[in-house]
Design a protein around this ligand. Structure first.
Ligand code: TRP
Length: 327
């Protein structure tokens, strides 16, 4: 563990986590907790930016997400797990950063423009949504990390964070290190229907799914549609299942599957059985750890994490207030 190295990241509690979250983000977080001082938080204020009128599930979703995280291998003894809304320091820093962030910077953010256009089922005309990246910059800069593990979709936000960081340092004195995005090599996780696995497409395999339901889902999974009969040779490069073998199967097993598939020896039903076997090896221990985390345990993890995060955030805010000359 290198104590000089710090990292932080957050996720919005919008519902249960699926395999895409696991391979795309969580696996990376679990590795980082062993080598850096790591802060991971439930970004419940960020969930409000788009769902301010649907808040009934927010509390429970927060707890369920902590369960998914611990199941996946985050260890509250190794990293700090906390809830954004319990750290009022984030709101204060966000406010101060909003003073030095030109409106044009947030208006031209590609993610903002894109979502404004594409998401038609939600009212996104609120300033909270416009200022989403300022709050995110506050979440990040608070912990003065050198790197932040995020998915590719977050790169525009990271760029804005770096710009705000430079502007703060220019105006008030060099203080914040410029955080880099730590990109996870994009894990390809097709959903059951072949599109990207996503909660909104209803095509996901969730970390908390019962195994019976996973088996039923895998049965419906698209493989390589042109392969109709087992005697038709398959095409691993174009198959929706094969990316999972690349993530889960040993190199030897992958080679066998490839050989069996392209020579029409191994049928899709059989191939799915191999996938299910490997999914069991991944998810059994995960689900066992998850089951040990009751609502109460999840709450306790957050309470303890909040205190650890707050001790650090207080230090940052004392420095920041002094630099801004509000002290
Ligand atoms: N915007 C991130 C997402 O949707 C969540 C997030 C909020 C975050 N604050 C953050 C990620 C700070 C990294 C660092 O996934």
């Amino acid at each position: 563990m290198n104590n000089e190295l710090r990292t932080c990241s957050g996720m919005r509690p919008t519902g249960p986590l699926h395999l895409g979250h696991y391979f795309g983000v969580l696996k990376n977080w679990v590795e980082l907790q062993n080598t850096q001082r790591a802060f991971f938080f439930v970004a419940d204020w960020h969930a409000l930016t788009t769902d301010f009128n649907r808040t009934e599930q927010l509390r429970q979703n927060t707890l369920e997400m902590v369960k998914d995280w611990v199941g996946a291998g985050l260890d509250p003894d190794k990293c700090t797990i906390f809830r954004q809304s319990d750290l009022k320091e984030h709101a204060e820093l966000s406010l101060l950063l909003s003073m030095i962030t030109p409106v044009s910077w947030v208006e031209r953010n590609p993610t903002y423009k894109e979502q404004q256009q594409q998401i038609t089922t939600k009212d996104l005309s609120n300033t909270g949504f416009l200022c989403y990246p300022i709050l995110m910059a506050a979440d990040i800069l608070m912990y003065r990390p050198q790197g932040v593990p995020v998915g590719e979709d977050q790169l525009p936000h990271m760029e804005l964070t770096r710009e705000i960081c430079r502007r703060f340092n220019f105006l008030y004195g060099e203080y914040f290190p410029e955080p880099k995005a730590l990109l996870t090599p994009a894990a390809k996780c097709p959903g059951l229907d072949g599109r990207k696995m996503s909660k909104s497409y209803d095509n996901g395999i969730f970390l908390s799914d019962e195994f019976g339901s996973i088996e039923a889902k895998v049965k419906t999974m698209f493989t390589y549609p042109p392969r109709v009969k087992k005697s038709d040779p398959g095409c691993p490069e174009k198959c929706n299942l094969f990316p999972y073998h690349e993530l889960l199967a040993s190199p030897e097993e992958q080679a066998e599957i490839k050989e069996g598939c392209t020579s029409a020896q191994l049928g899709c039903v059989q191939c799915k059985k191999i996938f299910l076997k490997n999914l069991h090896s991944l998810l059994d221990p995960l689900q066992e750890r998850r089951k040990a985390v009751s609502d109460e345990v999840a709450r306790d993890i957050l309470l303890a994490g909040n205190e650890k995060a707050r001790a650090f955030a207080r230090g940052t805010m004392e420095d920041v207030r002094r630099l801004v000359k509000i002290f």
